[in-house]
Ligand binder design. Structure first.
Ligand code: ADP
Ligand code: MG
Length: 453
């Protein structure tokens, strides 16, 4: 058991209760740097993070550590130090020097990190199920024939933790595997935006253009974050055109289809729809089972089929969470030096059972929906009947009824004093639409995920 694995188990737990922004801001570049009996030292990148963790997250960190390692951990301190990137093993003394030797981990190491690709995210390590077979097939077609197939651009969309980045990078690995001289650029829309802003500031837009318009393959992750950034969208529009005209392959991912990205220019929407759009949905039970088995092999963990079944039943909506569960089990196993029993695993994963049935307040729900559709609260709760407002408003009413089990009059009240019949109508309408539209069903799933995570 390395400190890295322990910290990852802790982060996996903390992540469940924080927004993505908070989690990344405060826990990026942190690591356990030292374990000494009952005291654990966490390395942080700067004093600001140190103060923040001490004041805001200390209790959660301590509790989570105790939950994983045991009650004998009494103290956690934070120290500013240059923390190596998380993907590298820390060569600090391991907490279990006397424990069983570390198990070999099987991973498909591909020497292509120079393009920012994670060596683990390859096609061979990607499990194909009904939920992702279309996206997987399209990704393979692109990898075989980049730029020339009708799949240009390829647009993959789906909820958090369902394998979009994995598949996207898998394309990169496969293309490099076939021809190591190919120029590949993997980036996120956030990085694209930041680079662009930076280039304008430092008057290096020519270099920026060269960088982004020269690769044979542009992989761009999470394009939904390009929403409402007009300058960036314009620049991306030109980048896209340049590459596409030169038969260079473009692959994008997003948490929703192009049309549903708020404030995305129409000309980009239509370009994103030019090639192939494929979605990834939530894995069914069989796929979850297969993924768990594969991850166990990868992590050198041998678990009873009964235990795997149990995990696959409890954790349903997200593959990252499945992995988090395995990491927790590994942490327990290594600290307690006993193979995990079903009873133990049930206990370890108890928080996930609760997590599946979490509660939320109407205010949280309203905020989540507003954020999801990129609307101002006042507009969402206001009187305008514009479709872009009226529809999300109906979604709020629907979810308040369905998820929070609020009464119709209470729903009307919460939404700026509307009549209860309005709420009833909205509930019936959306209930009906969810049954007939897969896309709406997925949107609602994603709103729920954001709400409860
Ligand atoms: P997303 O980008 O959709 O949020 P990721 O690609 O980051 O999700 O996937 C989250 C984790 O789940 C990664 O560790 C990834 O390897 C794993 N994963 C997702 N889908 C699969 C799959 N079909 N087979 C194996 N691992 C998967
Ligand atoms: Mg991703």
């Amino acid at each position: 058991m390395t400190n890295l694995q322990l910290w990852q188990a802790v982060l996996g737990e903390l992540e469940l209760n924080l927004t993505k922004a908070n989690f990344t801001t405060w826990f990026k570049n942190t690591a356990i740097s030292f374990v000494d009996g009952e005291k654990i030292t966490v390395g942080v990148p700067n004093t600001f993070t140190k103060a923040w963790l001490e004041n805001k997250y200390h209790q959660s960190i301590l509790k989570t550590l105790q939950k994983i390692v045991g009650g004998h951990i009494k103290e956690v301190i934070y120290r500013v130090e240059a923390v190596k990137p998380q993907t590298q093993k820390m060569d600090v003394p391991s907490i279990t020097a006397q424990a069983a030797p570390e198990k070999p981990t099987i991973s498909a190491e591909v020497p292509s990190n120079r393009f920012g690709l994670n060596p683990k995210y390859t096609f061979p390590s990607f499990i194909v199920g009904k939920n992702n077979e279309l996206a997987h097939a399209a990704a393979q077609a692109v990898a075989k024939n980049p730029g020339k197939s009708t799949y240009n651009p390829l647009f993959i969309y789906g909820g958090v933790g369902l394998g979009k980045t994995h598949l996207l990078q898998g394309i990169g690995h496969a293309i490099l595997g076939a021809d190591p001289n190919k120029k590949i650029l993997y980036t996120t829309s956030e990085k694209f935006t930041n680079d662009y802003i930076q280039a304008i500031r430092s008057r290096t837009t020519e270099r920026f253009k060269q960088t982004y318009r020269s690769p044979d393959l542009l992989l761009i992750d999470d394009v939904q974050f390009m929403a409402a950034k007009d300058g960036t969208q314009q620049e991306f529009f030109h980048t896209f055109n340049d590459l596409h005209q030169a038969d260079k392959q473009i692959v994008m991912t997003s948490d929703r289809p192009p049309k549903a990205i708020p404030a995305l220019e129409q000309r980009l929407v239509s370009r994103f729809e030019w090639g192939m759009i494929a979605d990834i949905s939530q894995p069914d039970y069989e796929t979850r089972n297969a993924i768990l088995k594969a991850k166990c092999v990868e992590k050198g963990l041998s678990l009873d089929q009964k235990i795997i079944d149990h995990i696959a039943i409890i954790i349903q909506n997200n593959i990252r969470e499945l992995e988090g569960a395995l990491n927790k089990i590994i942490a327990y196993e290594q600290f307690q030096h006993t193979p995990p029993t079903l009873e133990l695993v049930k206990r370890i994963l108890a928080s996930h059972v609760v997590a599946g049935r979490k509660s939320a307040t109407p205010k949280q729900l309203i905020n989540t929906v507003a954020e999801f559709y990129d609307l101002k609260l006042d507009d969402l709760l206001g009187q305008s009947r514009e479709k872009r407002l009226a529809f999300p408003r109906q979604i709020v009413m629907y979810l308040m009824r369905k998820e929070l089990e609020s009464s119709y009059p209470a729903i009307g009240q919460e939404l700026g004093g509307r009549d209860h019949t309005t709420a009833m109508h909205a509930f019936d309408k959306i209930t009906h639409e969810v049954e007939t539209s897969d896309r709406l069903k997925q949107e609602i799933e994603q709103i729920k995920q954001r709400l409860y995570n």
